[in-house]
Design a protein around this ligand. Structure first.
Ligand SMILES: [Zn+2]
Length: 486
């Protein structure tokens, strides 16, 4: 379903629901308490915040923390923001202007307007609640969001479901102030993810109440942040931080069509290349079963890989799924293999993470595992696991921190073929002089030497087309890179 269709459906639903329950009093009362901002004047607040971001880190759930400070001018129609990010000695500025229909944004350190999709616009609309609920509450009133049956003695609860997001307001019935706002949305790796903003220590400026401390929980509580409102005043106008372009339109959502290419490396070792994600998946056919390694980004890709594997080898079960490290290009499709009742191979330090992925709720965008839950089957690899049927042998080696990339790193060695398959450690440019190995590449070289593996060819899982790098690499190239000039 397109986003627009979803929105229309949701709005129709909201209108239908409204006829059953009309009780928007708490919303209106709350809006009064917040200062009853219409099109003018503005609540101007200055803020200081921590901002945490998950990244391709050494271990799962490691986040980078940023410090941001800035100013917001906000009423029912406008949300204007300028912010400065502190990164060591350097600072980067960003600004944005959100209205009921448009978002204009210039990101940190950028000069040009960012292309905004309709989804991003809605995300920005709801996430204004991070600083103040003034903009959002007007949205709820405008769309006649009814009082939810979930309301309690303490809280009047209002829930809106817009563009695959469920936004919930909790208003104290006594004080008519907002306790918290939650946003449930879909993440292709983590499934349903909840963000919550809890408002603390309300202060007053003229007739407006505003929270001075907002506790933020993201990704189902895995990340915590704090927003401090340092000062507030009522002003008559907001600055024009960004000039509106003459023609404004949303950027189209780019959905890549899945494109698969099968490569026979040997009769029993194949690569399932996913062109749309730029990944090479390893499929090993043993006498009685299959092993699949790597599944990028999301359950759809995992399910696609399984379908392709069954087309090639219809009569053997997928006994094992293994991923080279915890990043999303290798684990994103893991749930499809849990559903397939494959045993997931990983190092012990990843058990909690794999369990999280396998049991994460995917109600907003159900995959096969959400529809038919299957218990996770895990098997841990300590230093090496050898899988063989007598003719074909595969060794899974734990190289961990030697990869200089992640603590959990696994590589797969095929002794008869003198081939080693790994995820993303080698970065040798095509058609160029070989340069000195970076830490990851040197790490792989040293690990291969330490394990005394007789490698002639290294095959890389990601990328396969971008970055202009070799992904089928003669081991001699890696050897050369150890002594090559910078
Ligand atoms: Zn990685």
């Amino acid at each position: 379903m397109t986003l627009r269709k979803t929105l229309t459906t949701v709005l129709l639903l909201i209108v239908t629901l409204t006829s059953y329950a009309k009780n928007p009093d708490y919303l209106v009362d709350c809006q009064q308490k917040l200062g009853n901002f219409g099109a003018d004047p503005y609540l101007k607040i200055s803020f200081e915040e921590t901002y945490n971001r998950l990244y391709h880190a050494f271990k799962p759930w490691q986040a980078r923390e940023h410090q941001i400070s800035g100013t917001i001018w906000c009423n029912a129609n406008d949300f204007v923001k300028s912010g400065t990010l502190q990164a060591g000695e350097k600072t980067y500025d960003a600004k944005s202007h959100l209205t009921k229909t448009e978002l204009m944004q210039i990101g940190f350190g950028e000069q040009k307007l960012t292309g905004i999709t309709e989804d991003r616009f809605y995300e920005a609309t709801f996430k204004t609640a991070r600083y103040t609920p003034v903009f959002l509450i007007d949205y709820f009133i405008q769309y006649n969001i009814p009082l939810s049956k979930e309301s309690t003695e303490e809280f009047a609860i209002y829930e809106a479901s817009v563009n695959d997001r469920i936004v919930t307001l909790y208003i104290y019935k006594t004080s008519k102030l907002i306790h918290k706002v939650t946003i449930l949305e879909f993440d292709e790796l983590y499934g349903d993810v909840l963000t919550s903003y809890t408002y603390n220590e309300y202060h007053q400026v003229e007739n407006a109440s505003y929270a001075t401390i907002i506790d933020v929980e993201k990704t189902n509580g895995k990340l915590s942040e704090e927003v401090k409102i340092l000062s507030a005043e009522i002003v008559s106008a907001a600055p024009e931080l960004i000039k509106r372009p003459d023609v404004y339109s949303f950027v189209e959502e780019k959905e890549k069509t899945p494109e698969v290419n099968i490569v026979d490396y040997t009769e029993r070792i194949r690569f399932i290349e996913l062109k749309h994600t730029d990944d090479r998946v390893l499929m090993v056919e043993f006498e009685d079963f299959l092993l699949i390694a790597e599944a990028p980004l999301n359950s759809e890709n995992g399910e696609l890989i399984i379908a392709e594997a069954k087309k090639i080898v219809p009569n053997k079960p997928i006994k094992y799924f293994v991923f080279g490290h915890h990043h999303n290009h290798y684990t994103g499709g893991l749930r499809a293999f849990v559903h397939e009742e494959a045993t997931i191979l990983c190092v012990e330090s990843n058990n909690e993470y794999v369990n999280y992925l396998a049991t994460a709720s995917h109600s907003l965008h159900p995959d096969k595992l959400e529809r038919v839950p299957i218990d996770l089957k895990l098997e841990n690899i300590e230093t090496v696991k050898t899988i063989t049927d007598g003719t074909l042998t595969m060794e899974i080696h734990f190289i961990g921190e030697k990869s200089a990339h992640t603590a959990d790193y696994l590589v797969y060695y095929f002794p008869n073929e003198k081939m080693l398959f790994q995820d993303d450690l080698v970065w040798i440019k095509k058609d160029e002089e070989i340069k000195k190995a970076g830490p990851r590449q040197a790490g792989l070289y040293n690990a291969i030497k330490d394990l005394n593996l007789q490698v002639e060819t290294v095959i890389q899982s990601w990328p396969i087309d971008s970055y202009n790098v070799k992904t089928v690499i003669p081991f001699t190239d890696i050897e050369k890179s150890m002594t090559a000039p910078e």
